[in-house]
Design a protein. Structure first.
Length: 60
């Protein structure tokens, strides 16, 4: 099954933690949806690489 990127959401989290369970190598601690971002396109969303660049201590 393939999921089409159509909706952007803003996610809040309390921290990052290294994880061997997920392909990115990290997990968001206490993640929650803050709001839907109808003003953003899927191409405008941050990537895992952007997240890891902001938190180099959590990089796998």
């Amino acid at each position: 099954m393939t999921v089409r990127p159509e909706l952007v959401v803003e996610i809040a989290y309390d921290g990052l933690q290294r994880s061997t369970r997920y392909p990115a190598g990290v997990t968001l601690r206490f993640a929650r949806v803050v709001r839907y971002r109808e003003d953003k396109r899927p191409e405008d969303a941050d990537t895992v690489e952007t997240l890891l660049a902001a938190h180099p201590e959590a990089a796998p």
